[in-house]
Design a protein around this ligand. Sequence first.
Ligand code: NDP
Length: 240
Amino acid sequence: MARTALVTGGSRGIGAAISKALKAEGYQVAATYAGNDEKAKAFTDETGIKTYKWNVADYEESKAGIEAVEADLGPIDVIVANAGITRDAPFHKMTPEQWKEVVDTNLTGVFNTVHPVWPGMRDRGFGRIIVISSINGQKGQFGQVNYAATKAGDLGIVKSLAQEGAGKGITANAICPGYIATEMVMAVPEKVREKIISMIPAGRLGEPEEIARCVTFLASEDSQFINGSTISANGAQFFV
Ligand code: NDP
């Protein structure tokens, strides 16, 4: 029987490419989103992939949403924790609200997505957790104390889950994309974008499909011994 995959923030950007790639590999896919109904409807019309609306920052909403997905598609075998936001500001101007919103979505959101599914994965002896972190969680970034902290925290989550899940057939890995051509990056003023591209040895932004291909590999049976790892996909944008 086809495995079931849950992709949070799976209706647009990198998540949409991941949802489509998993569907193409034969998974039953549930793609979640936060509030952009128009984009979610257009995505379902285009792909036939069902979308579900809930806020990953809310535990009870996540639990109820996951129950709805499992009632529709069966037990979730693969989680792609991709939903994420930025609320950038230099630290001296960063508000407690900007800190909290990003932590609640990017870090607690991963807990809220994995925790309700984890006992079932342990019982069934199979699971794949893939968290979309960021190059800025590896190297830090001016104006992103909140975002970088959450993306670094995501690496701690997968390394720990890997150790707890390995004996139960569950793997947990992270992908750290560099700059990818999504709305998030294309919204940056062109001059800033050009400066960003000049720092990438590959001389271009990454494509969402390039991240999706990392996900389909990590989701597969073949990746069983890759556990607690971080895959950097950044066009050789190395850092110290
Ligand atoms: P987008 O802004 O294009 O899409 C974000 C998706 O997440 C949307 O589907 C959005 O739903 C959903 N989402 C946001 N907040 C919540 C929430 N609270 N609850 C549920 N869903 C939510 O993002 P990208 O595709 O650019 O980024 C995807 C991931 O990749 C993020 O974690 C990001 O940090 C990471 N990343 C991105 C990079 C890039 O260059 N783009 C680089 C490195 C990492 P809705 O449509 O309803 O708003």
